[in-house]
Design a protein around this ligand. Structure first.
Ligand code: G
Ligand code: G
Ligand code: MN
Ligand code: NA
Length: 249
């Protein structure tokens, strides 16, 4: 309860900040986007990791309000990149299951986009397969409304839980992010390699892109290029850092 109170104050005093992790085209190495990852700059405890407060934001419902702040910070950053780099660098934002359940999510995002002045396709929403699976008909409705806005929608953590290839058929989905657990097993584990290979085949057959997350070694990167994976993210390519430490142009 104390932590909940502290999180409410954090929201009020704008103690939430975004770190950004680069996402690159695996063949050219060019940075195409960055994923926004939330951190809490606590006045005494310093930088607090998302895993230490996301569950409480979720269980208290605060994630909806924090999510609005996050989206607006992320879009403002995308605008700065466009101005600095003279090209579009898209920003990816994680959307929690509770946000997806909000009936006015698309309306919210529409107004954030209008306020920021970025092009809708410069914003990507990362939604976990679990969140979509949980309430498929409702999710599909929301995802369609989001697609109509022109934002991109990616399935996050693909291959980590109730993976259903059928999800790849959903028209609003433009890419899948292969869970880092599968990527971690890529060099030693034939099963993980086969699952990734199969996912790439199905996704490409449906004209969706594939992103691998959690790339930590050169060998993993090499195999992913060999398998035809489109984009990648991970410590090998770049850690999540404050925007000013991300060299995009
Ligand atoms: O960045 P880090 O490794 O600490 O992230 C831990 C978890 O928190 C990840 O699952 C990540 O998706 C999630 N996370 C980080 N930032 C956000 C955010 O802004 N919104 C939501 N919903 N989840 C986030
Ligand atoms: O759930 P989601 O995929 O959004 O979580 C993203 C989180 O994964 C990031 O916040 C980051 O802290 C973490 N991450 C990013 N790259 C790597 C990596 O190469 N290895 C590991 N172990 N974690 C990573
Ligand atoms: Mn993510
Ligand atoms: Na992920």
């Amino acid at each position: 309860l104390e932590l909940e109170q502290e999180l409410r104050e954090a929201l009020l005093h704008e103690q939430f900040v975004l770190f950004f992790q680069p996402r690159t085209d695996l063949r050219s190495g060019a940075c195409v986007a960055a994923e926004a990852l939330l951190r809490w700059r606590h006045p005494e405890r310093g930088l607090v990791a998302a895993n230490d407060f996301m569950p409480i934001l979720e269980s208290t419902g605060l994630v909806v309000e924090v999510g609005r702040q996050t989206l607006s910070m992320a879009c403002r950053q995308a605008l700065r990149w466009r101005e600095q780099c003279k090209r579009q660098v898209s920003v990816a934002v994680n959307v929690s299951p509770l946000q997806l359940e909000q009936s006015d999510l698309a309306k919210d995002i529409d107004s954030v986009l209008r306020d920021s002045g970025i092009s809708p396709d410069a914003l990507t929403l990362e939604i976990t397969e679990t969140a979509i699976f949980h309430n498929k008909s409702r999710s599909t409705e929301t995802l369609t409304a989001l697609m109509d806005l022109g934002v991109q929608i990616h399935i996050d953590n693909f291959g980590s839980s109730y993976t259903s290839l059928e999800m790849l058929k959903l028209p609003p989905i433009s890419a899948v992010k292969i869970d880092r657990v599968l990527v971690a097993g890529l060099s030693e584990n034939r099963a993980d390699r086969a699952l990734i290979e199969g996912t790439i085949a199905v996704a490409h057959g449906l004209d969706k892109r594939v992103i691998a997350e959690g790339i930590e070694t050169e060998e993993q990167r090499r195999i992913l290029v060999e398998l035809g994976c489109d984009e990648g993210q991970g410590y090998l390519i770049g850690q999540p850092v404050p925007a000013e430490r991300l060299a995009l142009c």
